[in-house]
Unconditional design. Structure first.
Ligand SMILES: NC(=O)c1ccc[n+]([C@@H]2O[C@H](COP(=O)([O-])OP(=O)(O)OC[C@H]3O[C@@H](n4cnc5c(N)ncnc54)[C@H](OP(=O)(O)O)[C@@H]3O)[C@@H](O)[C@H]2O)c1
Length: 395
């Protein structure tokens, strides 16, 4: 039965909560309690809750936007209802506006959707959640406009990631930082909310670092990256620059890894984030792989740590039960030459972080880690944040 069928069938049963127009409904046993504190239906004893949250993608034609569309269509809770891009793409159907470069075909209904300008007036008001994959200069300008207009924005763009009242979240690591939304709403008078996911290279190393921190207390981190070309967006690096080459500079990337990881690993005290005191230093390199950032990490800890104990802490670090969560967040390879981008980036639908090569050095534990930069590192990261926002009642 389709959503509409379910909606119609359930609607005839008096006493059940009405779904918002255009939404489907999910049936629960009569008298059960609503799991969503901000459920629009208010009273929390009911027969149904809204099932489909209408979502949009800002910057839908780009590298991350395309991954978002691939991951959302289909999705158990989200339905795509708005696609935005630059003025050059607005007015075109999506198949014409986007140079589709994802392995699977463009979903048929998406292909025919008209792309609109990235402007709150162009997005239907019954859309609740917007995934933003805009260039940061654009995000800085338009994201606050969308939040002011009442939308919840889960954003990839680097603007505002380290702002005091903006949650920067990896759901498995610091879901409690979403509590900053209340601070943000109080301070800015917003009805919506702005939530960020970190930079793709930061997301790759922070889960294993969080596992080490929890078990042994992190003090120092040194990291050198080998980052794929898709991390620069479709127009980011030309073939003449990158084929047969490696570029030992990615503008601003080192600083993002250093600051974002301290905020992510910090403690939320109910009013602000106390950043983690670990000293983090990064060196970032672009290499000619398509997808998947590989990183060499040295991590020093308060307590002595053997490679075996570190492997156990990483492998046991819990995942969540969100629709896009991997079953196991961190896979630890025993083979010294893994993980590798081509072999391991798609593990668990591109949402798993892989580690390997764990060994003791004079500078602490050394290990390598890898994640798919446009999936776990970008589209999947903001999708997971969107799923967490729904789970935690912010939609
Ligand atoms: N790629 C990654 O691995 C990765 C990882 C983490 C975070 N990020 C971040 O995610 C964001 C998107 O990255 P990307 O790689 O997807 O970039 P991209 O491929 O260059 O795509 C940019 C998107 O933004 C739209 N856009 C550009 N200028 C605009 C304007 N003035 N107004 C409205 N829309 C505009 C583009 O639309 P048109 O097609 O119409 O130009 C396109 O849809 C960036 O902030 C990036 O730093 C990327």
């Amino acid at each position: 039965m389709g959503l509409q069928d379910e909606n119609d069938a359930a609607g005839s049963d008096s006493g059940l909560v009405e779904a918002r127009p255009g939404r489907g409904v999910r049936s629960f046993p009569a008298g059960s309690r609503c799991a969503y504190p901000n459920c629009f239906a208010g009273g929390h004893t009911y027969g149904q809750v809204p099932m489909t949250v209408l979502v949009g993608v800002l910057g839908a034609t780009g590298a991350v936007g395309q991954r978002l569309i691939q991951m959302i269509d289909p999705h158990p809770d989200f339905e795509l209802a708005a696609l935005t891009a630059s003025a050059d793409s607005a007015g075109k159907d999506y198949r014409t506006a986007a140079k589709w470069r994802v392995e699977s075909p463009i979903p048929a209904d998406v292909a025919d959707t008209t792309v609109v300008e990235t402007d709150p007036d162009e997005v239907p008001s019954d859309v609740d959640l917007l995934f933003s994959s805009l260039p940061s200069s654009v995000g800085e300008r338009v994201e606050p406009e969308f939040v002011e207009a009442g939308y919840v924005v889960s954003s990839n763009s680097s603007n505002s990631r380290t702002a005091d009242d903006v949650p920067l979240t990896i759901p498995e690591v610091n879901a409690d930082h979403l509590g900053l939304i209340e601070v943000q709403r109080d301070e800015r008078g917003w009805d919506g909310a702005l939530v960020k996911n970190p930079n793709c290279s930061t997301i790759t190393m922070v889960p294993p670092l969080a596992a080490l921190d929890e078990a042994f207390g992190l003090t120092d981190v040194r990291v050198s990256t080998l980052q794929a070309v898709s991390g620069a967006g479709y127009d980011g690096v030309t073939s003449m620059e990158i084929i047969d080459n490696a570029i030992p500079h990615i503008g601003g990337e080192e600083q993002k890894m250093e600051t974002e990881s301290q905020k992510l690993l910090g403690e939320f005290d109910g009013a602000e984030i106390q950043w983690h005191a670990a000293d983090v230093a990064a060196s970032c390199n672009r290499i000619p792989t398509l997808d998947g950032h590989l990183e060499n990490v040295w991590a020093d800890t308060d307590a002595d740590v053997t490679p075996e104990a570190a492997a156990e802490a990483m492998a046991d670090y819990p995942s969540l039960d969100l629709p896009s969560s991997p079953d196991q967040l961190i896979k630890v390879f025993e083979e010294p030459d893994r993980p590798q981008p081509r072999l391991d980036r798609m593990a668990e639908n591109g949402m798993q972080v892989s580690t390997g090569g764990l060994r003791e050095t004079t500078d602490g534990l050394q290990f390598n880690c890898l994640a798919h930069n446009t999936m776990r590192g970008a589209a999947g990261a903001s999708l997971l944040n969107g799923e967490l926002l729904l789970e935690e009642g912010y939609l």
